[in-house]
Design a protein around this ligand. Structure first.
Ligand code: ADP
Length: 306
């Protein structure tokens, strides 16, 4: 049985906008899946349909074998959503937010309290359990949303941009928490703009654009499909002369930086030999962008030029 089975999903909003143009996705139990795409691609719409915040126009959605048209309550019990926007009662205490949420799923209060405290502890919020949501910082609210999505122990956790606007330290904490959940068997789907996040966490990815999936596969295989790599070199040179060297595309970004593009598998020795002959000293070097970002830019450009 699949954790999530989406077939030919479409959504036309009331204003006639076609947000999803026939999306199909199969996600197995235990996967950590990333849904990537530019703003307006249809990610939030897709997620909204899973939790019945958005009504689909056509297509089929099964969550752990429960069809959302035939058995919505059972489907919803399998899923925990962390939406982008904070949407809790800001005058309620953190622990009460969790206990009340569990109540919607018929979980007895004593169990809900124990679980709520467990997740608050795991997410570094235990000391804040009696604070009202409005007394929490943005990062604490984000963690409270994650705890709330978990109190009914859903098999599938869906997070919409979980680390948007979150500082580096908290992002790391959220990442390791999600990795631990996934290692313990929880299926996780996230949408993200941080390609580094997708590369680090997700074993499989789908790129979505203009309401269609334009590429899908294992993260490692998608990255292996990239056949060019670009580097930025910090250099010192007496002149900014044009540079030509077979197998490398070299261009000046400014007086002190070169961009070099090479095919995969091409070594860089000759590049350094050449730069030496041109009296150019290299002080440091890094990938131009994260590799997934490179792929993302290429895919979306190819699709836009069609
Ligand atoms: P993403 O999450 O990938 O940024 P969304 O799913 O939010 O994308 O939006 C997909 C498209 O649908 C966008 O063009 C957006 O403007 C449009 N859209 C979203 N919600 C509505 C709505 N309620 N009514 C009309 N259009 C909408």
């Amino acid at each position: 049985m699949l954790a999530l089975n989406i077939q030919d999903l479409t959504k036309v909003y009331a204003n006639g906008h076609e947000a999803l143009k026939g999306i199909s996705l199969s996600i197995k139990p235990g996967e950590f899946f990333g849904l990537l795409g530019p703003n307006g691609a249809g990610k939030t719409t897709t997620i909204g349909i899973l939790v019945s915040l958005v009504r689909k126009t056509s297509g089929m959605v099964d969550i752990f074998g429960h069809n959302i048209d035939k058995d919505l309550a059972a489907a919803k019990a399998c899923i925990g959503l962390v939406p982008q926007e904070f949407n809790f009662n800001s005058f309620e205490k953190a622990i009460d937010i969790l206990i009340n949420e569990a109540g919607y799923y018929g979980i007895p209060r004593a169990i809900a309290k124990e679980r709520g405290e467990y997740y608050l502890e795991k997410l570094g919020l235990y000391a804040k359990r009696f604070s009202t949501a409005r007394q929490l910082s943005g990062g604490m609210k984000r963690r409270l949303m994650i705890a709330r999505a978990l109190v009914h122990e859903p098999k599938l956790l869906v997070l919409d941009e979980p680390t948007a606007g979150v500082d580096v330290e908290l992002r790391r904490l959220i990442w390791s928490f999600l990795e631990e959940l996934n290692a313990n068997g929880r299926t996780i789907i996230l949408t993200t703009h941080y390609l580094e996040e997708a590369e680090k966490l997700c074993s499989r990815l789908a790129f979505i654009q203009h309401g269609k999936i334009i590429q899908e596969g294992k993260t490692s295989e998608l990255l292996a499909g990239l056949n060019e790599e670009a580097f930025v070199l910090d250099v010192a040179a007496s002149s900014k002369a044009e540079l030509h060297c077979p197998a490398y595309q070299i261009r000046w970004l400014n007086d002190e930086q070169l961009e070099v593009t090479v095919s995969r598998g091409t070594h860089l020795n000759k590049l350094f030999e050449y730069l030496t002959t041109q009296d150019i000293a290299v002080y440091s070097m890094r990938n131009r962008v994260n590799r997934l970002e490179e792929l993302f830019v290429r895919l979306t450009q190819t699709e836009d030029s069609k």
